[in-house]
Design a binder for this molecule. Sequence first.
Ligand SMILES: C[S@@+](CC[C@H](N)C(=O)[O-])C[C@H]1O[C@@H](n2cnc3c(N)ncnc32)[C@H](O)[C@@H]1O
Length: 207
Amino acid sequence: MSIAKFIAGQLRQPAGFFGRRVMVLVLNRMNYSMNTLALEVLQLSPDDHVLEIGFGGGELMTRMASAVTRGKIAGADFSIDAVDICTKRFKQLIKSGKVDLCCANVEELPFEANRFFKVCTVNTIYFWSDPFVALAQIYRVLKKDGRLVVCFRPREAVKNQKIMQHGFTLYDPEEVGVLLTKAGFRDVQLLHRKYRFEECAAAVGKK
Ligand SMILES: C[S@@+](CC[C@H](N)C(=O)[O-])C[C@H]1O[C@@H](n2cnc3c(N)ncnc32)[C@H](O)[C@@H]1O
């Protein structure tokens, strides 16, 4: 297996020694700027009840926990190793009931309908096997008027990177906007930011 394919697999689903010891740390550093965009667009309030899908090493969750002082944060990630690492990382917050993590695929979210004010996901859309099923699940668990924030690297910015040739489905921001609209989200907005050399996109929609 090539190194690019191995890294791509670890980005999709961190696993084993490499996933636990290396990949989650790399993710936390590498995706800091995109998490900053997610936070900006989420506009969290102290009482929010927010779900992050695909939290990886938990960098965004740490920052969300500082903003959501009275509310709750849930996380779903289909990597058992990411869940395990973050369960240790957020031990105190889990114990106090503020953070709740589970191992789950976005396409089968184990939450009741209309539960969250906000749902966010950063750098995971490339790995959804069926974006319509994933978005239908997100729509289901959001409350009415709840907000979805999807952050990702736009296709044009990354299409020539070797790693992206292995199991990534890349999207133009407009395509993600159309997906959200077809899934029933309204007031869909697209944002684009450039942090030094890094291009980040966000698609935002309301239930
Ligand atoms: C590239 S990492 C991004 C992690 C973090 N959001 C960040 O930006 O640093 C992708 C994460 O999403 C998770 N993931 C990918 N596809 C998923 C799916 N279909 N359902 C749930 N989690 C998924 C992976 O296990 C991994 O932790």
